[in-house]
Design a protein around this ligand. Sequence first.
Ligand code: ATP
Ligand code: FE2
Length: 341
Amino acid sequence: MLNQKTCLGIESTAHSFGIGIMDSDGKCLANATDMYRPREGWGIHPMEASEHHKKVCDDVLQKALADAGVSMRDIDIIAFSQGPGLPPCLHAGLNFAGKLAEKNKKPLVGVNHCIAHIEIGRLTTGLDDPVTLYVSGANTQVLAFVSGRYRCFGETQDIGIGNALDKFGRGVGLEFPAGPKIEKMAGKGRYIELPYVVKGMDLSFSGIVTEALKKYTMHQSRGNSDSLKQSNKAFLSDLCFSLQETLFAMLTEVTERAMAHTGKNQALLTGGVAANSRLQEMLDIMCRERDAKFRVVDRAYSGDNGAMIAWTGMLAFDSGIKTKKEILPRQRTDGVEVRWI
Ligand code: ATP
Ligand code: FE2
């Protein structure tokens, strides 16, 4: 049982600057976010994202405190996302958290971003020991708790699944973020063969996107007639459908193998790409066939957010974990000792 406390958590690994406030009963008192939006047609620029975080941090703090109806005096612990992430963004978060902790004389706890995704998922879905599929812009990992740590059973060898979808979208003229647009277009498609790249338990997406873009370019017929435009659009739908079927089948395969290997009978889906209903459906079918439970983390907590950092910071602090005031941009999930389970 946790002692009654309140933790304020700061998330700043990439484009989101978030502050969440959680109490030790697992109640979320506030979850405020402000997101940096890259210039049109561009990806994240780390320095610009970090400047954004420095600009909005005070306002996000005031909003979180007001939403929770508390002042800094009511906060017992301050947690920050220590890694993995973009160094300038992590620095912005640590500097803000450090100053806040010093000024208000509160303890400071560093939190691993990927573990925070799992912990808020466990809290909000009630799954106690899942295999987690964490799929976001930059991350694709299959994680499970074994022998004192969250171990990574499979991950991308190149780009994250969300970035793969966005890269394909950029190549075919769909706006960022392309994931939701691809999902919409995929509804009416038929299957076009694409490479399927699972290597052991790891995945690779870049080559599949390149092949899909090559197929798109080769199919494009020039001309302005309505029938040509329609044929081009139908082909793009087919490609969106095929890309989703291929990529999500790969994710489902690796998740299932991790469940079989660890003997776990729960699967948790989180990260921004968790919003995709076809991915949810595939995992749901796989879990039903194995007689396993499947849950998707609610949207408010599946993207990057401060509440997950606050909750995990509370667990870590309570288990006696001490943190150095440093960022760990390449921190591995299994590099963190998990004493609270
Ligand atoms: P992280 O830093 O943890 O990698 P992120 O900020 O890059 O996170 P999220 O905000 O978790 O990523 O997710 C954004 C990604 O999710 C984008 O790549 C976007 O295209 C994708 N996405 C959002 N909705 C959907 C959807 N319905 N289907 C597929 N992909 C989606
Ligand atoms: Fe994330």
